[in-house]
Design a protein around this ligand. Structure first.
Ligand SMILES: *Cc1c(COP(=O)(O)O)cnc(C)c1O
Length: 490
């Protein structure tokens, strides 16, 4: 690998047309999400909505939510967005909250708040712990890593919902927070929130419901008549919630809401420094400067759609989801995992290598996430997929046929080759050669045949005995990903 060539600021200025033209060329090579073949990364509800978001965002692009007295407009937007979200989620008058840049920031704030609340109310806790089901979003692990909290991970039941008995057993004198998801990301199922919250409340422990992906969907899904268990502030014992607006509220990226049962609890979220020569510095959330654009765009979309608009979108998304779910379950060899309440599906198989299936789908232009424990393909169905649902099923049928026709070994080695090629682009040479040696089986004894289940990279990774190796490999990959490679950006 050549040493990266340092990129400098262009010596001369370039024309606006020139700059924008290059950007458009680059954008054309990104995944195309408007045709409904991309899952989970982009939520798209049509050109009209996109146009509104663009205009609202541009109108407040330079404004800074850090100082709401300078921008009463942003203060109005944020407080009203929080208010409308709280009321959607069964929050009484005492529920308060803030906007953040995303689910991760909302979750970081909640964990930080729980730590401060415990410090104030339970000073005996020296090594705080957080109890979370294995399916909870990694943002909770990140928060533990950032804030020095010990994560205590609990198992889920066969239906992928949190195991309440395991949670009860995991709660200790040091527990500061118990977490449930509505729904969890991997299989899209809602945890038994009422029971989790009751277990926490009994011990006077805070309980967070992560409704990042479900908060702007489940209330409408319920209104449409689909069964949705209690999951919000209506449940006693739920003390905080996170709800992303840049997911099913179809807002611009960088918008989420964090909610607390009451003001007393939220005070532990705030940060104030009074001794700075630059002035007294109050900051509600993680970030300093707060982008006005995403706050404004969130307010705009909520008013533009209203309950009527969200219900209509939710109806179409749920019809699409049910169509996909039935279609998938009708294909021999694959099935939807668990009984998801809303519009997140995971496709698993007892017979086929779903990673090989995923690669077949990739070849047909689909962008699906690969999951592990158990292996599955992930679909976050949103309004963009109303148009592509028939194509998805017919492509999936073809992919399953192909996977059935080819022998395991052939598929595996084909996938292996393409995965190795992909890896070669992002892994440093020395790590790459380690991966290849594991791939080829030479790591586990000379001349060993390629084990068919380990041929796809995920299969291979799943079978590596040492998870620490994977951790290091991914760090190496990140070193490389976040390094400028001018030659790849023509
Ligand atoms: C997306 C998501 C998050 C994290 O949100 P970001 O906006 O990606 O930071 C947390 N929890 C769940 C369940 C999610 O789906």
């Amino acid at each position: 690998m050549n040493p990266p060539q340092r990129l400098h600021l262009p010596a001369q200025r370039r024309s606006k047309e020139d700059v924008l033209e290059q950007m458009a060329t680059l954008k054309a090579k990104d995944v195309h999400w408007k045709d409904g073949k991309v899952f989970s990364l982009v939520f798209y509800a049509g050109e009209e909505i996109l146009e509104l978001l663009r205009e609202a965002h541009a109108l407040f692009m330079s404004e800074n939510g850090l100082n709401p007295s300078a921008f009463p407009s942003l203060r109005k937007f944020e407080t009203e967005v929080v208010e409308m979200t709280a009321s959607l989620l069964g929050g009484g008058e005492e529920v308060v909250g803030n906007m953040t840049t995303g689910g991760t920031e909302s979750i970081l704030m909640v964990v930080k708040t729980a730590r401060e609340w415990a410090a104030a109310h339970k000073p005996h806790i020296k090594a705080p712990e957080m109890v979370l089901p294995i399916t909870a979003h990694p943002a909770f692990q990140k928060a533990c890593a950032y804030f020095g909290i010990v994560p205590v991970v609990t198992e889920v039941n066969a239906n992928f919902r949190a195991n309440v008995e395991a949670i009860k057993a995991a709660i200790s004198r040091n527990t500061i927070l118990v977490v449930g998801s509505a729904p969890s990301y991997p299989q899209g199922v809602v945890d038994p929130i009422a029971e989790i919250a009751a277990a926490a409340q009994e011990k006077n422990i805070l309980c967070h419901v992560d409704a990042c992906v479900g908060g702007f969907m489940l209330p409408f899904v319920r209104k449409l008549g689909y069964p949705v268990p209690a999951f919000d502030f209506q449940v006693h014992g739920v003390t905080s919630m996170s709800v992303d607006l840049h997911k099913y509220a179809y807002a611009a990226k960088g918008a989420s809401v964090v909610l607390y049962r009451n003001q007393e609890l939220r005070r532990h979220q705030f940060f104030v420094y009074t001794e700075w020569p630059g002035g007294i510095y109050p900051s509600p959330t993680m970030t300093g400067t707060r982008a006005g654009g995403s706050i404004a765009a969130a307010w705009a979309i909520m008013h533009y759609l209203g309950e009527e608009g969200y219900l209509k979108i939710a109806r179409e998304v749920m019809e699409t989801t049910k169509y996909l779910e039935q279609g998938i379950n009708a294909i021999a060899g694959v099935h939807v995992l668990g009984q998801p309440e809303m519009s997140i599906l995971a496709i698993g198989s007892d017979e086929l290598d779903v990673y090989a299936l995923g690669d077949e789908m990739t070849e047909q232009g689909w962008h699906l996430d690969r999951q592990q424990f158990p292996p599955s393909l992930h679909l976050t169905v949103n309004h963009a997929h109303v148009q592509s649902k028939e194509l998805f099923l017919s492509d999936l049928r073809k992919a399953v046929d192909k996977a059935n026709r080819l022998s395991w070994h052939k598929i595996s080695s084909k996938v292996a080759v393409s995965m190795v090629k992909g890896l070669a682009k992002v892994l440093p040479d020395n790590v790459f050669s380690q991966v290849v040696s594991k791939f080829s089986g030479s790591g586990s004894g000379k001349g060993a045949p390629v084990p068919k289940r380990t041929a796809a990279m995920y299969g291979m990774i799943g079978s590596l005995p040492n998870r620490g190796d994977i951790h290091e490999m991914v760090l190496d990959m990140m070193d490389n990903l976040y390094r400028c490679q001018p030659e790849t950006v023509e």
